[in-house]
Design a protein around this ligand. Sequence first.
Ligand SMILES: CC(C)(COP(=O)(O)OP(=O)(O)OC[C@H]1O[C@@H](n2cnc3c(N)ncnc32)[C@H](O)[C@@H]1OP(=O)(O)O)[C@@H](O)C(=O)NCCC(=O)NCCS
Length: 169
Amino acid sequence: MELRLPSCTIRPWRASDLESLVLHADNPRIAANLRDVFPSPYTRADGEAWLAVAARPSNFAIEVDGAAVGGIGLRLGEDVHRRTAEIGYWLGEAYWGRGIVTEAVGALTRWGVEAFDLVRVDAHVFAPNVASARVLEKNGYVLEGRLRRRVEKRGEILDALVYAYVLED
Ligand SMILES: CC(C)(COP(=O)(O)OP(=O)(O)OC[C@H]1O[C@@H](n2cnc3c(N)ncnc32)[C@H](O)[C@@H]1OP(=O)(O)O)[C@@H](O)C(=O)NCCC(=O)NCCS
């Protein structure tokens, strides 16, 4: 799968992405907004471990100017949640504010709905992450609720916002 968009290309991760991955992922301002499985500091070993498992069919690199500078993916639901997925994403700070992830989330959502016959895509955002909430809202995701005190991040308790892109009947 490869989605060529005006601002970026979404494509599978490659072993040769390691240098660029570690360069852009090693940033506490990125890790602060993601689950602890995305570490900070982000070491070469973390990058290698990620690239070893990233070959799942719904994990992709965001490529800009020929380099992998971010990640985006769908975690597919199982059992009774099989027609749903959860979207996740991050982008190297040097590229923030150019509309790149807005474009990537829109394209990956449309692709995922089609490819996996989904009726719903969820996104979970830590409440202080206004930029991510904007990205979702601009792509038709709707705020469904605030899960109060749902997250502990670096010792701080945060609310989580649940957004969903829903295909109506
Ligand atoms: C969140 C993130 C993915 C956004 O990527 P991006 O490519 O910079 O996003 P875009 O440029 O497409 O859009 C960002 C939007 O948020 C807005 N925004 C950015 N910072 C903001 C802030 N502090 N307050 C309000 N709005 C803000 C921008 O103005 C823009 O909206 P607009 O087009 O209406 O002006 C990126 O900052 C990132 O990787 N953050 C760390 C990881 C993360 O948060 N991942 C998501 C976890 S749910």
